[in-house]
Write a protein that binds this ligand. Structure first.
Ligand code: SF4
Length: 464
């Protein structure tokens, strides 16, 4: 991979963002999930997983806990809002069975170096239940050494206190991701997610006292009643707390697709221009406070592993955004989870009823996916390089992939020309370089290399 000095702060250009910030994939994988089809079933997945043992690659696990106690109105996740213990118990039984079935496919010497509990709300589960789940996972897989592995968990601050943070550390987690979104009480009320600054302060103190290697905050801009001034106050609090990483997402209001969003009155949502203004403010505020822009939505402190990985050329784009464990095969567990093993991307059923029925029938709940061919792999590597390092050395890339880059991508280079004219990329001396203006429009640049894009309807999110 083309290692790089850090590409520098992004430059906000409202006009360019208006022109290029339309719908597009987020490229957490290439091909993206919209290209998945139902020819990939359990049978293909099992064969592919067994074959992948020949590489001896380490493993990464994503595990989806879909339950939430209350509904946040902006939410677009695969979740189940319930307090029904029976539903939770049945899901966990099926998850146990899935862990066992998946564990049987992989050689014991392939250690789990990375694990992420996402949701829904993983901390919906109390500590004994989380401990039981970790126990099942460690029975089925070999965990890497504690000081070398990264085990992270998404935490809904409303479900934990300082004691629980200590318990989560005892279970072996070393990274926390806290869903903050916005500290303003009016905004919180409008999205049905109330949590105070003082509570988050306490949790951060607990996380630091319990040796968490890194904490991450999620924020959302474009929520109802947000203004430049109100979000600036949220940013001030965030910067004071100084989490190691920040993900700042755009709220996409799609009430026809996500029922809960119908609780948000459209007229309370900031306009596209106000959102642009809030995004501009966010970038300036965070970069002035010493955060580095890693790429699409993600910021981190200079000493954080993500920034280090960007500097040393090992950063990877993955389903969680960016990651430092790029050499792993990823196993997806739980409803809707996506795995990436060898040359296959595979997804579990997004319907909990179907997911459970398949497992109760003794089958892995894989319902769709895609076999990655050589062309996909080459394009995936181009997109990775641009999204992780903002730069591609075409000669070196061509040598590594046994292609003549300029021949292979003649049409794409032509399509990049207008982006170069507009100042998003520069093309010279065998290098494609994303400019500081283009850094906020990475996916528009990546889309040029996406062979599948015209074959599927545009069901992607907008930048603004
Ligand atoms: S945002 Fe998180 S906690 Fe809220 S409903 Fe969605 S998954 Fe649940």
């Amino acid at each position: 991979m083309d290692s790089a000095i850090h590409p520098g702060a992004p430059r906000f250009d409202a006009d360019l963002i208006r022109r290029y910030g339309g719908r597009g994939p987020r490229y957490t994988s290439y091909p993206t999930a919209l290209q998945f089809h139902d020819d990939v079933t359990e049978v293909e997945y099992r064969a592919n997983a067994r074959a992948s043992n020949a590489t001896g690659a380490p493993l990464s696990i994503y595990i989806h806990i879909p339950f939430c106690r209350t509904l946040c109105y902006y939410c677009a996740c695969n979740k189940i809002v319930t307090r029904n213990e029976h539903r939770v118990a049945r899901y966990l039984d099926n998850l146990d069975r899935e862990i066992e079935m998946q564990g049987e496919l992989f050689d014991a010497e392939r250690q789990v170096m990375q694990m992420h509990f996402g949701g829904g709300t993983p901390t919906y589960l109390d500590t004994p239940r989380l401990a039981e789940l970790i126990g099942r996972l460690s029975d089925a897989f070999e965990f890497g050494r504690a000081n070398q592995r990264e085990f992270s968990i998404e935490v809904d601050p409303r479900t934990v206190d300082s004691r629980r943070i200590a318990e989560i550390a005892d279970l072996g987690f070393n990274r926390l991701s806290l869903g903050i979104q916005d500290f303003n009480p009016q905004v919180q009320k409008a999205v049905n997610r109330m949590q105070s600054v003082a509570e988050i302060d306490d949790l951060l103190v607990a996380a630091r006292n319990n040796g968490f290697r890194s904490t991450s905050f999620d924020l959302i801009y474009g929520l109802p009643h947000q203004t430049r001034e109100s979000f600036e106050e949220t940013l001030r609090q965030v910067v004071r707390m100084r989490p190691d990483r920040l993900a700042v997402y755009n709220y996409a209001h799609l009430p026809e697709r996500f029922k809960g969003q119908r609780m948000i009155a459209a007229e309370t949502i900031p306009s596209a221009d106000q959102k642009l203004d809030i995004l501009h403010l966010t970038i300036d505020h965070l970069t002035d406070a010493g955060y580095e822009y890693v790429g699409m939505d993600h910021f981190a402190l200079p000493e954080d592993d993500l920034v280090q990985a960007q500097r040393d050329g090992s950063l990877q784009r993955n389903f969680q955004g960016y990651s430092t464990y790029g050499d792993c095969d990823l196993i997806g567990l739980g409803v809707s989870a996506i795995g990436s093993i060898g040359s296959m991307l595979a997804q579990n059923s997004p319907s909990t009823a179907h997911y459970q029925a398949m497992i109760e029938d003794g089958r892995l709940p894989i319902v769709r996916g895609i076999e990655i061919d050589d062309d996909d792999r080459i394009r995936a590597d181009v997109i990775q390089a641009l999204m992780c390092f903002d730069k591609l050395d075409t000669e070196r890339f061509g040598g590594e992939h046994a292609i003549d880059f300029h021949d292979y991508f003649a049409a794409e280079i032509e399509r990049l020309a207008p982006l170069a004219d507009d100042g998003l990329v520069s093309l010279n001396e065998g290098t494609i370089r994303v400019t500081s203006r283009g850094r906020l429009l990475l996916r528009s640049i990546a889309m040029v290399f996406d062979r599948h894009l015209n074959q599927t309807p545009m069901r992607y999110s907008k930048l603004i």
